[in-house]
Design a protein around this ligand. Sequence first.
Ligand code: 0L1
Ligand code: MG
Length: 267
Amino acid sequence: MTLALSRKALSAIAERVDEAQTNGRSLTLPTEAHEGFDMACGYAVQDLLRDRWKVRGRRLVGYKAGLTSRAKMAQMKVDTPTFGFITADMAVPDGGICPTRLLSRPRVEPEIAFVLKPDIAAALRTEADVLAATDFIAPAIEIIDSRYADYKFDLPSVVADNSSSARYVIGGRPRRPAELDLRTIGIVVVQNGEVVGEAASGAVLGNPARTIIMLSQWLEDRGEALEGGSLILTGGACEAQLVSAGDSVCARFQDMGDVTVRFVEDV
Ligand code: 0L1
Ligand code: MG
C-alpha cells in the first residue's frame, strides 16, 4: 500500500510519539503537522513504535481496542473503534500503585479482558469461535493516557498514539467463558468512594466478544493473525474518568470481583 507520507517522515513521528509516551510529554496532532496523514499513516506509525519497543526488549502481550462503546465514541466525538498493542511492562498489579509522573492526562475505564488459549484458529469469525478460543475472561481497568492537549484529537492521530494506551490492571476473579453471559455483566466504577460510572458489559458492541471478531478481521486484512495466548482489552464499557495522584479507583464487576488501583505522583 502506498502511504501519503514517506517512511522517513513516519519514522520521525514514531520517534516523537515514543518520546512523549516514555516521558509523559504532549504531542502535536500529526494530522495538523502533516498534510494527508490518514488512518493508514496512523497505523504505520503504530507499527514503527512497536518495532522500536521490541528492540528495547518490551514484550508484546496482546492488543487493546478503543472506542468500542457508544458512550466512549460520544465522549471522544469519534465514530470508529481503533486498535493498539499492549506490552507486559504496562501491567499494574491488582490493588497496586500507578505512578502518574510519567503520564500526561491519565483516565480510567472498566473493561472486559480476554486471554486466548495457546492454540487458536487462524480467524475468529463468530462469537462461538471467540468463546472456543478463549482460555479465560477477567475484569480490568485500562489506564489510558492521551498525549494530545485537552483530549482533542482525530482518529488517525489517536491511532498513531497507540490508541492512548498506557497501563492496565487485570484482577478480580477470572472466569471461563461458559460461566458468563457476556452481554449482561454489571459494572460499577468507584473513585475515591463515589460512584462515577455504571455500565453493562453489553455496552461494548452488544457483547465484548465482538471486539475480538473485529480485531481478528482487522489483523487478517493486514496479513497478520491473532496469536494464541494474547491478552485483549475489549474497550471501555462507559465514559473514561480523569484521575490524578491521590485517587483510588475500584471497578466492581458482577460475579467477577473487584479491580483496584491507587494513583500516586511517584514511588
Ligand atoms: O481505550 C480507549 O477507548 C482509547 C481510545 C482512544 C481515545 C481516548 O484517548 O479516549
Ligand atoms: Mg480502553
